[in-house]
Design a protein around this ligand. Structure first.
Ligand code: NAP
Length: 254
């Protein structure tokens, strides 16, 4: 038996990095997938890779800060595959980094809209669809930034991602009795286009690696495996948590 055994999942941020690798992993574990990202061509590449390996996936391109896109993802899961069991709400942006007094209102709004309001839009369409199936698992990709570490320049990002932990707890409390689990996943620095943009010089890369007890960045696969755990019945008694997959950032002082 496979880990996801015919479950139906939405993965956002599936055109790159953690979301792409998670989509490919979920497909190998026999989930049927609806994938989201803004770049259609990048999503098409992921779909081609998944279908060539015998998996099932369709793409809906759009912006997660658009409520109509969130609704379209759920409608597609129902129309194409018959319902929704899992939502890996993973799309995110760091915005343009700057000390708080210098953060533009535009960056603040765009970062909050994408990372936090987008998660609210996702959840408000996903939860009713999961209730119709008797339960499900929501996963929100947060981060160590703003939870265990105050990372300079990341005010909007930290605020939006810390907000996800609060949203997760409330959803878990509201719908636990109806079979819905909600968890936040908090990766450490991860070797993706986003992670490489933050660690964009050898000095910065060494600094970020040094924050971790493991003294390296994560491979996207290592974060995708934590998402698979939260998506699957292996985590059937895990809800409302902020699961660190952070290579020990939270406990490192050297
Ligand atoms: P990535 O490779 O840059 O991927 C980001 C994904 O989010 C892309 O698929 C992108 O798709 C999508 N996205 C961004 N803004 C969007 C929007 N407005 N609407 C729809 N899709 C949007 O970065 P990643 O590292 O895999 O990041 C995945 C998640 O992990 C993010 O939530 C990030 O905050 C979190 N995280 C990353 C790290 C790290 O070090 N990399 C650490 C902790 C947490 P399009 O470009 O096609 O729109």
């Amino acid at each position: 038996m496979t880990t996801l055994n015919n479950k139906i999942a939405i993965v956002t941020g599936a055109s790159s990095g953690i979301g792409r690798v998670a989509a490919e992993l979920f497909a190998r574990e026999d989930a049927a997938l609806v994938l989201s990202g803004r770049r259609q061509a990048a999503l098409d590449e992921v779909i081609a890779h998944i279908t060539a390996a015998g998996g099932r996936a369709v793409a809906v391109a759009g912006d997660v800060s658009d409520d109509a896109h969130a609704r379209a993802l759920v409608e597609t899961a129902i129309d194409r595959f018959g319902g929704l069991d899992i939502a890996f709400n993973n799309a995110g942006t760091t915005g343009i980094a700057a000390p708080v007094p210098d953060l533009s209102v535009e960056t603040w709004r765009e970062t909050l809209d994408t990372n936090l309001t987008g998660a609210f839009f996702a959840a408000r369409h996903q939860i009713p669809a999961m209730l119709a199936r008797g339960g499900g698992s929501l996963i929100f990709t947060s981060t160590f930034v703003g939870h265990t570490v105050g990372f300079p320049g990341m005010g909007a990002y930290a605020a939006s991602k810390a907000g996800l932990v609060g949203l997760t707890q409330v959803i878990a409390a509201e719908f636990g009795a109806k079979g819905i689990r909600a968890n936040a996943l908090l990766p450490g620095g991860t070797d993706t286009p986003m992670g490489r943009a933050v660690s964009n010089t050898p000095e910065m890369r060494a600094f970020v690696e040094g924050l971790h007890a493991l003294k390296r960045l994560a491979e996207p696969r290592e974060i995708a495996q934590a998402a698979l755990f939260l998506a699957s019945d292996a985590s059937s008694f895990v809800t409302g948590t902020a699961l660190l997959a952070d290579g020990g950032v939270s406990i490192t002082r050297t």
